[in-house]
Design a binder for this molecule. Structure first.
Ligand SMILES: C[S@@+](CC[C@H](N)C(=O)[O-])C[C@H]1O[C@@H](n2cnc3c(N)ncnc32)[C@H](O)[C@@H]1O
Length: 355
């Protein structure tokens, strides 16, 4: 590393000199300022002109030019926004996506229509800024349909939406094009799994690739856990995740309609029922009641609340439907907002004790 031209100045005048040297755009920001005893050495990107030197000496008359070897700073990584601000036309700056959904090594990005000509530029920027990302997709629809998946458009990197995602010590094989998965609920997956006690029978009516049932199986080896899903791709991934996480002894994937299974194999078996199908879970409260043991149990119900609707109204609707099933709500053990899902819309969870 060669020596760098620098300003040597006493510490008591250091801040003033540093500030002026920055204003003159003299400072080499890639190097650390050196401090020793009562002296400072400020690395310079270029030699100061005679005028600049006299300006600096007006602030610190004892200042001298020197040469020194400095420690190099690790380069500061630019954000995606900073890179794209430079690379896109300035009138599109306001449209630059501020956030990415990252699952394993796959990134999914919201692309407003005015950026349609720039998918390639944006995708390459994502790959450069996030070195761990290998595949970039744009959202091409909302989450929709019975399987709760969205259309994706390939943007950059490798064209594969399958990846592996780690959450609280569990490993999930996911395929964002074929089965629902969201890392935004990771705390909820962990919270619910931590509540399960040994000996319980748990039914997840809408299990997806297994982010509730797999950790329950891991944390509670004596619990018996059924994970139901109607999407064959989700259940294939669930079966794989059950194997990979070594919970085949107590977690049982079931392909089918939750309503049909609650009428047959799963009727009256559960101490605890998980219902994460927020768009339409309200239509399955009867199914949860059928699945619970005759003595009752706990239901974790996820729903959307869109203003002016309120959580209190949701609780009233929930209670009414439970009572129509000949059951009763003993207590809302926990009620909380899990995340904002849209302007004026939140996803909420009701933990409900039912008899
Ligand atoms: C919002 S996802 C939740 C998946 C998982 N619990 C999670 O947190 O990632 C809802 C899941 O319910 C499944 N599903 C929708 N209707 C169903 C039904 N009638 N019976 C069983 N599964 C259903 C979908 O295929 C989807 O995988």
């Amino acid at each position: 590393m060669p020596a760098t031209v620098c300003l040597k100045v006493s510490k008591d005048l250091g801040e003033k000199v540093i500030s002026l040297a920055h204003k003159l755009e003299l400072v080499d920001k890639t190097l650390f300022i050196e401090r020793q005893a009562d002296q400072l050495w400020i690395p310079l990107a270029r030699s100061p002109s005679a005028v600049e030197l006299s300006q600096l000496r007006a602030v610190a008359s004892s200042l001298v030019l020197d040469d020194k070897i400095f420690i190099v700073k690790r380069p500061v990584r630019e954000t995606l926004f900073e890179v794209l601000k430079r690379e896109l036309p300035s009138d599109l700056c306001l449209s630059i996506p501020r956030s990415l959904d990252i699952v394993g090594d796959v990134a999914v990005i919201e692309m407003p229509p005015e950026l349609s000509l720039y998918h390639g530029v944006i995708g390459q920027a994502v790959l450069r800024v996030h070195k761990n990302i290998k595949c970039v997709y744009a959202k091409a629809s909302a989450i929709s349909g019975i399987y709760r998946v969205r259309d994706l458009v390939f943007v950059a990197g490798k064209n594969r939406a399958q990846t592996v995602y780690n959450e609280y010590g569990c490993k999930y094989h996911v395929d964002l094009a074929k089965a629902y998965f969201s890392p935004r609920l990771s705390q909820e997956h962990h919270r619910v799994a931590s509540l399960v006690t040994n000996g319980e029978v748990v039914v997840d009516l809408f299990a997806g690739v297994g982010p509730f049932v797999v950790p329950i199986g891991k944390l509670c080896s004596n619990a018996r856990v059924y994970g139901v899903d109607i999407n064959p791709d989700a259940v294939d991934l669930l079966k794989l995740n059950v194997q990979v996480n070594k919970v085949t002894r107590n977690v049982f994937p079931l392909l089918g309609d939750a309503r049909e299974l609650a009428n047959g194999l799963l009727r009256g078996v559960a101490d605890r029922v998980i219902m994460n199908l927020p768009e339409t879970a309200i239509d399955f409260i009867d199914v949860a009641c059928q699945t619970l043991k005759p003595v009752g149990g706990l239901v974790h119900f996820y729903g959307f609340v869109r203003r002016p609707d309120t959580i209190e109204n949701l609780k009233i609707r929930f209670t009414r439907i439970v009572e129509q099933q000949g059951r009763g709500v003993v207590e809302f053990v926990g009620v909380k907002s899990v995340r904002e899902t849209a302007p004026y819309e939140q996803q909420v969870v009701l933990d409900v004790k039912i008899c």
